[in-house]
Design a protein around this ligand. Sequence first.
Ligand SMILES: *[C@@H]1O[C@H](CO)[C@@H](O)[C@H](O)[C@H]1NC(C)=O
Ligand SMILES: *[C@@H]1O[C@H](CO)[C@@H](O)[C@H](O)[C@H]1NC(C)=O
Length: 295
Amino acid sequence: MFLIVIVILKALFFNLSESSLKTLQNATTYDLGDHTIVSSSNVFPYVAAILNKSQYLCAGALIDESWVLTAADSVFLFRDSLRLIHVRLGSINNKNGGRLLPIKLIEFHPYFDDQKPEFDVALIQLAKRVRLTQNLNPIRLQRKPKQVMATHFIVTAWPAQHTSSAELYKVASVQGVERRRTLQVAHLHPTKPEQCAEVLEELGFLKTNIMCLDQSLGIDPCSRDVGAPVVLNGILWGVVSSWAPEDCDLLPGPTFVTLASAPNVSSWIHATMRGVTWHTWTIFDTDYEDYDDDD
Ligand SMILES: *[C@@H]1O[C@H](CO)[C@@H](O)[C@H](O)[C@H]1NC(C)=O
Ligand SMILES: *[C@@H]1O[C@H](CO)[C@@H](O)[C@H](O)[C@H]1NC(C)=O
């Protein structure tokens, strides 16, 4: 515990460039439970903080000038009180900086079920198109289902409130509050495909819609980086679902990522962004650039 605090403080006091951030991550991956503080807004310019008034709810990803993709579960309670929801973009601090924007609407995936991670996606439309800058820029979506070959994915979110990991920050008291407001990055390993398939099978969840990531070490096994963009080589694969097993404190299990490329998800995203009514038979021409480079 003490060691972890020292590493956190160390991470805090060095102002990290992108490359030194990577070095530090490699060096401290395990001590930090894989989570490292982010120090510059332009490294993850697509990350969105979704707020209830000013209170952090979850993360999301800007996918064009007016739309943010996030987890449905975390904003579902607000479907009749959209005025409460604001989105902060272009800042690593969820209380400060960048642009704080009101929203126009939230579209929930029509198959969303709060007992399941399969369609745990929502699209938030900003009240106005946002002006893009170096620190505020959308990320492209992985559009086609693809086998997971990578060794790690980049997951960015703000620390969940009221978890035992929040207790940890209290220990590092001076910077504690500031730290809780600061974006964190984790490099999470995908769970072995057979193991992921087995877990999904057991739970009865659609294998096509979910990717499993191994849980971070040293992080509350029941907390999830809800809505966190899951990225590989600058492409958004999906967002972290809030779903966790009921006995997660005993049997943590993997973190589930709802895939943007999943059948019935990808076409829904594109229909919604174009203002078109979505049906399961909606198919979009691939009149877009193919992003399938994965090296
Ligand atoms: C939203 O914030 C208000 C306080 O500003 C709080 O009373 C309410 O419980 C919050 N809603 C949710 C669902 O977190
Ligand atoms: C998409 O939705 C349709 C209608 O519910 C369903 O029949 C089909 O199996 C779904 N496809 C997948 C792969 O989830």
